[in-house]
Design a protein around this ligand. Structure first.
Ligand SMILES: C[S@@+](CC[C@H](N)C(=O)[O-])C[C@H]1O[C@@H](n2cnc3c(N)ncnc32)[C@H](O)[C@@H]1O
Length: 265
């Protein structure tokens, strides 16, 4: 398998819809979910208290679900890898960490943090079928226009028995309220305009699409620890632990292994 940082890849426009919300550095505006917002914030990915603080907390929670590699040469494909925040949480587990993302500025940062990167769309990943022992899709599915295509790609990349790990935001009124109305206003919350709530993920559709491609997904709700948030605000800690909650109606993790055959070939 050959992977490389492809600088002149295919068009990387994520179609935008919904209201204009984010001021570009030039004084213009960015549409909600416009991937150019990640270029605007490219220097800030790794700031523990920066605009992507919560992604650090989520990366730690995701990394904790990755088992040690079961074979030499194992591969972890990190869909929508951004700047490689998952890296420290899987380092030493025995995988080659390959990140896929549309945003070149984020991929350059990921490379500096030891990730092998491929520039590409998660709905058309330029990697071989069955190349991955683990596929992660952390905080990416709520950004894609075509959920079935992204799920098909994630499952396609998995070897039989391989593990799919997802975390994303549920398409519910509560999910939209907390992840957009509230989170865009609090420290450590989402950068304003980074989400288009219309793209939040229908949990039943996610489970169904994964099942079609041979992955039986189990979901569990998570949220930041309130004690952790308090410690962060008091500057007694720089990170916050994610804890389980009994509902998947806002933020949730999902995991499942690929069986030998997909239901739809
Ligand atoms: C919220 S960030 C998550 C980054 C990383 N997974 C993390 O948790 O730190 C979403 C990432 O998805 C990327 N992205 C958005 N739409 C994409 C698409 N269709 N294909 C590939 N990457 C995409 C963005 O460039 C951005 O880096």
């Amino acid at each position: 398998m050959s992977v490389a940082l492809i600088r002149n890849g295919a068009s990387h426009g994520v179609p935008s819809r919904n209201v204009y919300a984010h001021m570009a550095p030039t004084g213009g505006v960015r549409a909600r979910n416009d991937v150019a917002q990640y270029d605007d914030l490219a220097e800030r990915w790794w700031e523990p208290r920066g605009p992507f603080a919560m992604l650090h907390w989520l990366a730690a929670a995701r990394g904790a679900l990755v088992p040690p590699a079961a074979r030499d040469g194992a591969v972890l494909v990190d869909l929508g890898c951004g700047a490689g925040l998952l890296g420290p949480h899987v380092a030493g587990k025995g995988y080659r960490h390959i990140g896929v993302d549309l945003t070149a500025s984020a991929l350059h940062v990921a490379v500096a943090h030891g990730v092998t990167v491929v520039r590409g769309d998660v709905t058309a990943v330029p990697l071989a079928d069955g190349c991955a022992d683990v596929v992660t899709a952390g905080e990416i599915l709520e950004h894609v226009m075509d959920l079935p295509a992204a799920v098909e790609q994630a499952c396609r990349l998995l070897r039989p028995g391989g593990l799919l790990l997802i975390d994303t935001i549920a398409a519910t009124a509560l999910g939209r309220f907390l992840a957009v109305t509230v989170a865009e206003r609090v420290p450590g919350g989402a950068p304003p305009g980074i989400h288009d709530p219309d793209l939040f993920v229908d949990r039943a559709a996610l489970v169904r699409e994964c099942a079609r491609h041979g992955v039986a997904l189990r979901l569990r709700g998570i949220r930041p620890s309130l004690i952790g948030i308090g410690r962060l605000l008091l500057r007694r800690a720089d990170t916050v632990v994610m804890v389980p909650v009994p509902t998947t109606a806002v933020l949730f993790q999902a995991a499942g292994r690929r069986t030998g055959r997909s239901g739809h070939g």
